[in-house]
Write a protein that binds this ligand. Structure first.
Ligand SMILES: [Fe+2]
Length: 225
């Protein structure tokens, strides 16, 4: 049997990946489901000050609370890896059956931590930042940074981008699933008159994920760097 984790290691050692499109798609029902969640007013403001029009709600989160959209540290835990956190599916998952099924059955991820719908409203923006603990990208490149989060596109209005300072715009299309390196500087804006909905997922990667990573790299890499 091919050892896909060895192959993953080889790829991340030899390529500076900012993002990687995965060969899997969110179900089309997710577009309607996120709209229902929005209509039911589950979204809460996510971070203030440096961000405008940036809202979020958890499908899966701390204590199963949809409104606990921040990292564990904000709720008194060490970080999101703290063993004392009780991670659960929230009410929002009941309004998103097909999306939830995708995460439970279709994509090879396990032990979800925060799994959130993210909304960037018209005229909203997220200023340049890095999501490392220090807020500054690592000086020595960390190979595993590509695994920091999945960023999944549900809607992508025109004139709405997520962009790495040093690598340009991620070419999202609706229902596409990306690994996104959020350790490097990045920013986002929505200059359209429509809401932009994405999902950000934090989870552990199982062996089948390694296979998906390798096959996706072989299929899409030319678009990812
Ligand atoms: Fe970020």
């Amino acid at each position: 049997m091919k050892n896909y984790w060895n192959k993953v290691e080889e790829i991340i050692k030899t390529h500076n990946l900012y993002h990687l499109k995965l060969d899997i798609q969110l179900p089309k029902e997710s577009i309607q489901e996120v709209q229902t969640v929005y209509n039911e007013k589950f979204f809460v403001n996510h971070r203030g000050r440096k961000h405008k029009g940036w809202e979020s709600t958890c499908l899966h989160g701390i204590d199963g609370m949809f409104f606990k959209t921040m990292s564990g540290k904000q709720y008194g835990y060490e970080n999101d890896s703290d063993k004392n956190i009780r991670w659960c599916w929230t009410d929002v998952s009941n309004y998103s059956p097909k999306t939830t099924e995708f995460f439970k059955k279709d994509i090879p991820l396990k032990n979800y931590r925060r799994l959130r719908y993210m909304l960037l409203r018209p005229d909203g923006y997220i200023l340049e930042h890095s999501d490392t603990p220090s807020g500054i990208p690592y000086t020595k490149r960390k190979e595993t940074s590509i695994f920091s989060a999945l960023n999944i596109c549900i809607t992508q209005p025109k004139n709405c981008v997520l962009e790495h300072l040093n690598n340009g715009i991620v070419p999202f299309k609706p229902l596409e699933v990306y690994l996104f390196n959020n350790d490097e500087y990045h920013h986002a804006y929505n200059k359209s008159d429509e809401n932009r909905f994405h999902i950000i997922a934090h989870a552990e990667y199982d062996y089948d994920f390694a296979e998906l990573f390798v096959k996706s790299f072989e299929k899409y890499y030319e678009h990812s760097n």
